[in-house]
Design a protein around this ligand. Structure first.
Ligand code: SF4
Length: 366
């Protein structure tokens, strides 16, 4: 509820001329290194071989731009490769309004990941901050290998099973995460069944063009939109996730937004995106962006310039261009509906609820 209130206040502020709300959510890819070779990502080949450091985090976060941060998404590359990760978390926990940290890992370095997530979770808990963990699980055995380019399914599963079997030890909440691409689209039901049988909560999202992970040049290799059969298979899968009645309403809305995006062949967005008007991304080198998906680099942070860069006239003009050129064709960060999206979703739910009754009535009327 409080989150919704902040959102409404920020939305209102964003409408006032000359007022720019400060970011509440930060996407924070903290390394350009990775031990996977995913078919949807070129971080290992093209990102700089650099990790974020505690010193740099301290320097960056002292700028006013970050004073309202409530949620931080830690990812990479593979964040568990960053030596100073627990110390970086300690530094982030000094932010006065922080309420949650969400980390995505590939789960391959089982011992290291279990050790540091336990430490980080305890540090977060001592400050009243939620620590949420996601581990990528794009398929089972050979499908995992086909998606991630390495045969580490057993190691990833060892990490996942330990976390799932010890609730409250490694994180506040856990989900496996599956990125849907043409490498795994024909195997999603098997993935879903496997997770259900093993008590593993799992969420799905689409593999999309994404500047941060350097895949803009070869979208056709992995996108399900390129091949009609793949698009149809993904469409049916996400439709099933909307109507199966499992998961929160928020999650079901996300699946509905993906379903409508696929139905419109990648040209319809029912969700708001906070990176269009408020939130930020900072990478392992301290470069700042609007969203990770399409934004160009706005500049390099030096401890004093974040607000000036992020809210400069030039950057804000660029953000307008970013929005007009990209947002309607983007399905990233689709977890909060626009007003139109909420009405569309509500209409869908009502039609489904009323369908049995109207069908019976039609039959009676002949
Ligand atoms: S391109 Fe996508 S992620 Fe970026 S601001 Fe637009 S909707 Fe958000």
């Amino acid at each position: 509820m409080r989150q919704l209130l902040y959102l409404l206040i920020d939305k209102f502020l964003a409408l006032l001329p000359g007022v720019q709300p400060y970011p509440r959510v930060l996407q924070f890819p903290i390394t350009g290194r990775c031990n996977s070779k995913c078919g949807t990502c070129s971080v290992p080949e093209l990102a700089p071989d650099v990790d974020m450091t505690v010193e740099r985090v301290r320097e960056i976060m002292k700028n006013d731009l970050f004073k309202n941060l409530q949620a931080i998404g830690i990812n990479g590359g593979e964040p568990s490769l960053v030596k100073e990760l627990p110390l970086i978390i300690d530094e982030l926990l000094l932010l006065p309004r922080l309420r949650s940290i969400h980390m995505i890992t590939n789960g391959m370095l089982t011992g290291r990941i279990l050790e540091i997530t336990k430490t980080m979770y305890e540090a977060c808990r001592s400050k009243g901050v939620r620590f949420e963990l996601s581990i990528s699980l794009d398929g089972i055995e050979e499908v995992y290998w086909a998606c991630r380019g390495v045969s580490s399914f057993a190691k990833t599963m060892a990490t996942i099973k330990t976390v799932v079997e010890h609730p409250g030890v490694y994180c506040n909440s856990f989900t496996a995460g599956c990125t849907v691409s043409r490498y795994n689209v024909d195997h999603l039901t098997a993935n879903d069944t496997y997770c259900a049988e093993n008590g593993i909560p799992i969420t799905y999202r689409l593999a999309v063009p994404n500047r941060r992970i350097h895949n803009l040049g070869y979208t056709d290799d992995f996108s399900v939109l390129v091949d009609e059969n793949h698009r149809q298979t993904a469409l049916e899968f996400f439709f099933g996730k909307v109507v199966d009645g499992n998961g929160s309403w928020r999650q079901r809305f996300t699946y509905y937004a993906i379903f409508k995006y696929l139905e419109a062949k990648g040209h319809r967005r029912l969700a708001d995106c906070f990176w269009k008007w408020r939130d930020a991304t900072v990478d392992e080198e301290g470069n700042i962006y609007y969203c990770a998906t399409e934004s160009k680099c706005l500049g390099k942070l030096d401890g004093s310039n974040a607000k000036a860069i992020f809210h400069s006239r030039e950057s804000l003009q660029y953000r307008k261009e970013l929005i007009s050129e990209n947002c309607q064709h983007c399905i990233h960060y689709a977890f909060f509906p626009t007003i139109g999206g909420a009405l569309d979703f509500l209409g869908f739910i009502l039609r489904r609820l009323s369908f049995p009754g109207s069908y019976r009535l039609m039959r009676r009327l002949g």
